[in-house]
Design a protein around this ligand. Structure first.
Ligand SMILES: [Fe+2]
Ligand SMILES: [Fe+2]
Length: 130
């Protein structure tokens, strides 16, 4: 489901590599949803959410630094988008996750998929190479 395709490439090595990692984390969450014999996925879900949060913060920082270094005019819009994404991740209610685990992963996956694809295609692809 999550795969770094050619069309997502910005041509900026650092950014592409980090996006690839985000897709990898997404794919891991997807595999978690698909593992029917795993009856209690709570710990793994929390782990994947934490990793996603940590890595996203790391990636946004790098991306924003890069944009700053080239005086990119759309930096502000990017920052707003990035902040909204982190806020959404931080707003995940872990108690709710435990109540209905599969539904919770599903929701995160849909959100991540939409966001990654839309943000990368509509915003990150516009960032010029140095
Ligand atoms: Fe990005
Ligand atoms: Fe971005």
């Amino acid at each position: 489901m999550f795969e770094m395709k050619e069309k997502f490439k910005t041509g900026i090595l650092l950014i592409d590599r980090e996006h690839e990692k985000l897709f990898e984390i997404g794919e891991r969450a997807y595999q978690l949803l698909k593992s029917p014999y795993d009856t209690d996925k709570y710990d793994k879900i929390v782990e994947v959410i934490e990793e996603l949060k940590e890595y996203t913060i790391y990636h946004f920082k790098d991306e924003e630094n890069y944009m700053e270094s080239i005086n990119y005019k759309r930096l502000f819009t990017q920052k707003m988008d990035h902040a909204a994404f982190i806020e959404k991740l931080e707003g995940i209610n872990l108690n709710k996750v435990d109540e209905n685990q599969d539904e919770a992963i599903m929701e995160i996956l849909i959100f991540l998929n939409d966001w990654l694809i839309n943000h990368i295609l509509e915003k990150d692809l516009l960032i010029p190479r140095k």
